[in-house]
Design a protein around this ligand. Structure first.
Ligand code: NAD
Length: 524
């Protein structure tokens, strides 16, 4: 039994049992232990979904979706507006719960709760205009009238990772629900309580029964069954799994979005303000103990400031407080479990064995908690080392130097992945110019990840092997819809001669007419 001291104030076993009961899984089967990373104790168990639960969840979601799609958009907005307020009212409980089951520092737990509210607010404000029927330009203005509709796809599946277990399970499905879909969420088996709590808050906000199914379970066992049940699959997780799921989805000819891994790069230019860049990059490297898909794992520094930057960055890394407390004192989270801690350490050991210089860190911190790892800075990293190109997903960063910014851009872009990069300079105009030459879905200038992520009106996602599709912005909502065009024709047929005219004569008239019309502003 976990020592009483380590339970956060708002959580007890009875609360966790209520959450487990929210799972859409038949009783009597096996269960999944949930382990608190802060001390590796078992805090509770949730029922484990099997194939038959996945089928049941898909059918129940599909039934509930029919009436939800027919519910006026204003009522759907009202439910999600209440949810927005509930998330803010219950923020402390949500943050406590996330810290407990994911071993997080309070800051990244806080970030995901407020992110969920912010994403919801963005879509309840912008969604209705995006989903409304729109009049479209036609090639015969006045004779053809065209309308664009956005219908819900049906049932959306969402498979999510453990590192942001509340927001990635919940805020990604808010636009899907708003668009009139039902959702089946399969949270990561290590962190099911956060998704279940989000579902409970949505229930309390008035979401109709059955519309949101949560099925805790092991991805390798039921992930594939889920894809067979849904009309769209949203996946956030590793590139390896995402690639396999995208193939399965394409075989079924259903659409998918894949939010995958990164090996993110930062470019520090000679004119960077180190008072901003050092703490800013430390936040970008060590956020959630580096277990953040957007975290920086490579820093390219102009050779003129490389020594000063490196020395100050190392000093800053050593000064970071690392605690396992339910307060805002810690700058680092625990690693999620022992196998991940071992994988992070193996990356560092492999690099050091092959000649990398370890400037600080490089070992676990059992004095803080069994799964904590020190902030770690390496130099002299080369291609022979696994962490040079592979994602570490821990508090580990490699510093490289460059002479010319074109070289820095080439080195940053020399990666299979392209999720979220950053540029640090006092010349914002130049920073934006460099940013636009980087092969990454998002790039922050003088910020590591928060500015790009919180620009909810703009798309967020990865290039190359970092993903397919985007969350946020119009695309983050409309991807959960089927576009339909309805066109009404009057008087003469479209794309054909009027009655009585031959195609020969029609073609002779059409060519010069279209050339003329190209110069008129109203004709598209
Ligand atoms: P993972 O791919 O192992 O697991 C993610 C989810 O997929 C879990 O729910 C898991 O149960 C499920 N899963 C695992 N194997 C499966 C299978 N064969 N079929 C179906 N589902 C399966 O990822 P992880 O290692 O736990 O998470 C970390 C990774 O996620 C990192 O690479 C990180 O960069 C990435 N990530 C990306 C984003 C983003 O927005 N781009 C956000 C967070 C995390």
């Amino acid at each position: 039994m976990m020592p009483e001291l380590l339970w956060p104030p708002s959580i007890d076993s009875a609360f966790l049992e209520r959450l487990a009961a929210r799972a859409n899984v038949a009783s009597g089967g096996s269960s999944i232990p949930v382990i608190a990373p802060f001390d590796e104790s078992e805090i509770g168990r949730v029922p484990e979904a099997e194939s038959r639960d996945v089928v049941k969840a898909g059918v129940a979601a599909s039934v509930a979706q029919e009436s939800w799609a027919a519910t006026p958009l204003s009522e759907r907005v009202a439910v999600l507006s209440r949810f927005h307020d509930l998330v803010l009212e219950r923020a402390d409980t949500a943050i406590d719960l996330i810290q407990l089951e994911a071993g997080k520092a309070r800051v990244p737990a806080f970030e995901e709760v407020y992110d969920t509210a912010a994403t919801t607010r963005y879509y309840i404000k912008t969604g209705p205009a995006l989903l409304r029927r729109k009049r479209r330009a036609t090639s015969l203005p006045g004779l053809t009238t065209a309308y664009e509709y956005h219908h819900p796809v049906g049932v959306v599946g969402n498979i999510t990772p453990w590192n942001f277990p509340f927001t990635l399970a919940i805020s990604d499905i808010v636009p899907a629900l708003l668009a009139g879909n039902a959702v089946v969420v399969k949270p990561d088996e290590k962190t099911p309580y956060s998704a279940l709590y989000g579902a409970m808050l949505l229930d309390e906000a008035g979401l109709p029964e059955g519309l949101l199914q949560v099925i805790p379970g092991y991805g390798e066992k039921i992930g594939s069954d889920l894809i067979d049940q849904v009309d769209f699959i949203a996946f956030t997780g590793s590139t390896e799994v995402g690639r396999a799921l995208a193939q399965q989805a394409s075989n079924r000819l259903i659409a998918s979005s894949m939010e995958l891994g990164g090996k993110n790069a930062a470019i520090v230019m000679a004119d960077a303000n180190l008072e901003v860049a050092i703490p800013g990059l430390a936040r970008a490297v060590y956020a959630n103990g580096g277990q953040l898909c957007l975290a920086m794992e490579r820093i390219y520094v102009d050779s003129r400031i490389r020594d000063e930057f490196t020395q100050r960055f190392v000093e800053h890394s050593r000064s970071l407080s690392v605690t396992a407390e339910y307060d805002f004192s810690s700058k680092l989270s625990s690693m999620i479990d022992r196998s991940h801690l071992d994988a992070v350490h193996a990356h560092v050991e492999d690099a050091v064995d092959r000649g990398a210089a370890l400037l600080t860190g490089g070992k676990p911190r059992p004095d803080v908690g069994p799964l904590f790892y020190e902030p770690t800075v390496l130099t002299d990293v080369d291609d022979s080392m696994a962490l040079c190109r592979g994602e570490t997903f821990g508090p580990v960063v490699s510093i490289y130097e460059y002479e010319d910014v074109d070289d820095a851009i080439a080195m940053a872009n020399d990666s299979d992945q392209g999720l979220n990069f950053s540029v640090w300079t006092t010349d914002n105009r130049r920073g934006v110019d460099v940013a636009s030459r980087l092969d990454a879905g998002t790039v922050g200038v003088n910020d590591g990840y928060a500015a790009t992520w919180s620009s909810y009106d703009a798309p967020m996602g990865g290039m190359k092997a970092s993903g397919l599709g985007r969350r946020h912005g119009a695309t983050g909502l409309l991807k959960f819809t089927e576009a339909q065009t309805v066109a009404v024709q009057r008087l003469v047929p479209a794309f054909a001669p009027p009655p009585g005219m031959s195609y020969e004569r029609y073609q002779r008239i059409l060519g010069p007419l279209l050339k003329l019309l190209r110069h008129t502003p109203f004709y598209k």
